[in-house]
Design a protein around this ligand. Sequence first.
Ligand SMILES: Cc1cc2nc3c(=O)[nH]c(=O)nc-3n(C[C@H](O)[C@H](O)[C@H](O)COP(=O)(O)OP(=O)(O)OC[C@H]3O[C@@H](n4cnc5c(N)ncnc54)[C@H](O)[C@@H]3O)c2cc1C
Length: 384
Amino acid sequence: MQKNNFPELREGVRQVVTAFDSRYWQEVDEARAFPEKFVTALTEAGWLAGLIPEAYGGSDLSLTEASVVMEEINRAGGNSGACHGQMYVMGCIVRHGSDKQKQDLLPRIARGEIRMQSMAVTEPSTGSDTTQLKTTAVRKGDRYVINGQKVWTSRLQHSDYMLLLARTTPLAEVKKKSEGLSVFLVDLREAVGKSITVRPIRNMVNHETNEIFIDKLEVPVENRIGEEGKGLKYILDGLNAERILIAAECIGDGYWFTDKASTYAKERIVFDRPIGQNQGIQFPIARAFVNVEAASLMRYRACEMFDAGINCGAEANMSKLLAADASWEAANVCLQTHGGFGFAAEYDIERKFRETRLYQVAPISTNMILSYVGEHVLGMPRSY
Ligand SMILES: Cc1cc2nc3c(=O)[nH]c(=O)nc-3n(C[C@H](O)[C@H](O)[C@H](O)COP(=O)(O)OP(=O)(O)OC[C@H]3O[C@@H](n4cnc5c(N)ncnc54)[C@H](O)[C@@H]3O)c2cc1C
């Protein structure tokens, strides 16, 4: 089975994540608390620095291996949503940052001294239409002054730095609407409570995410990542890795749900026989498992291409879509298999059900992926 490849890597991650049992996750979920001990343990074990190059103190894992790390976290019943930003947000610095930025930030992230797991792109009034974002950064001498608003900025309260996308050239003055946006490194320790006001959003899952109001935030020019005006390209460059890692989380969830459902189906006796003896229970679990396996194959295909430096935009998107669908199907089947008990918090199913539902919407919604495939793979007209 694919789920058993990379045995040593899986065992290493499992040793850390299985210390955080069902009770731990139920407690943080009920308290709506950040799973601080869990994130610290993963950081200290070095797993969240997997994609940082060795030269900067990371372990230089391939994306294939990094995907297995995320899969194992979710497969063990955990929620990578609390920490996946630490794995991939810094990728923008690795690919486009200056030597100074790399030397300053990457070793400290790898050592766990600082967290940079927050990325502010989405805005309330523009949503998926990123090129229309309203947050502006205006250069004044050696600084940029940033004003605007972001929404769904996740893990900000547990980050020291975040990346922020803002418009540096007005839309009316650029040739292509994707130009004129820039990425900035924001020191949250200086800005929050002064030029950044944070309003946490209570949401369906225990996910630390916020609306933020930015008022005359001053960022030194040296905190701009790469060239002015090319920020959207830099953000898009990182999306393939992000999509594949999120696909892996979904696959981990999918295995968790199908393991849990098949175990319960073997044990639960109703009408004098295990419920799993009924094909009405058995087949949906088997079908969900088949779909998780298929999604996992697409994930490995996308990883293989990414690791070989081959453009994998289509495969990354398709693996995210297939994996999010497979985990959601598995979640539904698992809940159904457990009958009423599926709704009881102590079984963890309703929590994981909520958590895995998010992947149909964030970080990219299913429709946007279908639109990508329709346009870029099948050559149909652009729909937006
Ligand atoms: C818990 C959570 C955490 C998040 N974390 C972050 C974060 O850390 N940083 C960040 O920047 N963002 C984050 N997001 C935002 C997330 O990326 C967006 O919610 C997502 O991209 C969809 O954007 P939207 O919510 O504005 O939906 P909208 O763009 O308003 O779209 C609403 C619906 O309409 C569909 N739709 C829109 N246009 C079209 C079209 N042309 N064709 C077909 N369908 C269309 C969309 O697919 C979606 O289903 C997070 C969101 C959530 C819920």
